[in-house]
Design a protein around this ligand. Structure first.
Ligand code: ADP
Ligand code: MG
Length: 376
């Protein structure tokens, strides 16, 4: 779970802040991804560290440390229990959370987020847990009513597309006076049970996969974003309302498309993917160092995640990597991105639509710390 450290905010007060938890997951070695039979070039060192061979000098390895390292034996259950489950209770207190899968195409992002029937991933497990938490609260008979709902969208070529209503056009991203990010016109589906979720989500996610084979693997070239919203409403005056948002994001592949010689539409897509992932890394870095403007507005992805990454949210990034040599440079880039983002400072705060005290939304500042990513 995100670690909290006291820091001084801009006004000089001491606030509790939460960092983004950064986990790295190495998928099992696959012989068919290794034409030259070179074996793996990455291996785990422990529950928080790994090493990758140094291509400049093969007698050296580069070692990285993260909040968690998940080796190839790690189960879906273990990933969920240690990286995702602990942040979910915050949703019932009006706070936001986000879970991202980052990494090159073929490294296991969709396996981690969606999984399969036999090995369900973060998404089905998290939704099940949210229902479980809400039911438990309802049993406690507190003074609040809870509702759960979902939206499902895709950012493709810097366009925001509704996956629950596939024929709609690019949707706008707006911010309200309380700094909540909204997408007017996006389908919001109320959910009464887990099976209700499956009814809406499975066909929409299959749609996306089918479209992907027709459109040059579109699924690896767009960001798929599932939003689960928990709204709690007070039964008695003053009828306060709090919303907690959970973003579950299967990011576009982080591979450097310029190297693969893409042209035309593919090149345009590459530009959009590079822009949003590059901005994501700048946002993460800027939150990390606490210095200067956080460039949320520079891409649709970061704009959308503005209220759920950094100032207000409990975030987890799962960087997926593959062990074969053909992924080496993409793995290296992904690890460097992950190592930087290890130090994002988040500060949770409670969102309330009826509240006398205006919420302060500032980024906690803290000196930058260097990451252990040098040669061993
Ligand atoms: P991505 O979404 O990053 O492109 P996928 O999730 O589609 O990658 O994974 C690529 C392949 O590797 C798939 O066949 C997937 O089932 C398999 N795979 C990925 N991660 C694991 C894992 N941890 N254990 C077993 N198989 C995995
Ligand atoms: Mg995928």
């Amino acid at each position: 779970m995100a670690q909290r450290v006291p820091v001084c905010d801009a006004a000089g007060g001491s606030k509790r802040t939460s960092r983004v938890r950064v986990a790295v997951r190495l998928r099992p070695y696959m012989e068919k991804q290794d034409d030259k039979g070179e074996g793996p070039c990455v291996r785990g060192l422990g529950s928080q560290s790994l090493e990758i061979i140094n291509w400049r000098n093969s007698t050296e390895t580069l070692q990285y440390q993260f909040d968690a390292f998940y080796g190839e034996q790690t189960t879906q259950q273990e990933v969920f229990m240690t990286s995702v489950k602990p942040i979910l209770p915050h949703l019932l207190n009006g706070q936001n959370a986000s879970v991202f899968a980052y990494g090159p195409t073929g490294a296991g992002k969709t396996h981690t987020m969606l999984g399969s029937q036999e090995q369900p991933g973060v998404i089905p497990r998290a939704v099940k847990e949210v229902f479980h938490l809400v039911r438990a609260r309802e049993k406690d008979a507190d003074d609040w009513d809870y509702t759960i709902g979902m939206s499902y969208l895709e950012i493709y070529n810097e366009k925001v597309l509704d996956l629950l209503s596939p024929n709609t056009q690019d949707l706008p991203i707006r911010e309200d006076k309380d700094r909540n990010i909204l997408i007017p016109g996006l389908t919001h589906m109320p959910l009464s049970s887990l099976s209700d979720f499956q009814t809406h989500f499975i066909p929409a996610s299959l749609n996306r996969t089918t479209a992907s084979t027709k459109l040059n693997h579109r699924s690896s070239r767009s960001h798929a974003i599932l939003l689960i919203k928990v709204v709690k409403s007070q039964r008695i005056p003053p009828h306060r309302q709090q919303t907690g948002k959970l973003y579950l994001v299967d990011l576009a592949g982080s591979e450097d498309n310029r190297r693969t010689g893409n042209q035309g539409l593919r090149l345009k897509e590459s530009g959009a993917i590079n822009l949003s992932l590059f901005t994501l890394s700048k946002v993460v870095d800027s939150l990390n160092t606490g210095g200067g403007r956080v460039p949320y507005r520079d891409s649709k992805l970061t704009r959308l995640l503005q209220d759920s990454l950094g100032g207000s949210a409990h975030s987890v990034m799962i960087t997926n990597i593959a062990p074969e040599y053909k992924y080496y440079f993409d793995t290296f880039t992904a690890l460097n991105f992950a190592a930087k983002s290890k130090l994002i400072v988040n500060r949770p705060f409670v969102r309330e639509t009826v509240s006398s005290t205006a919420e302060v939304h500032k980024t906690g500042k803290r000196p930058r710390q260097e990451q252990g990513c040098g040669a061993a």
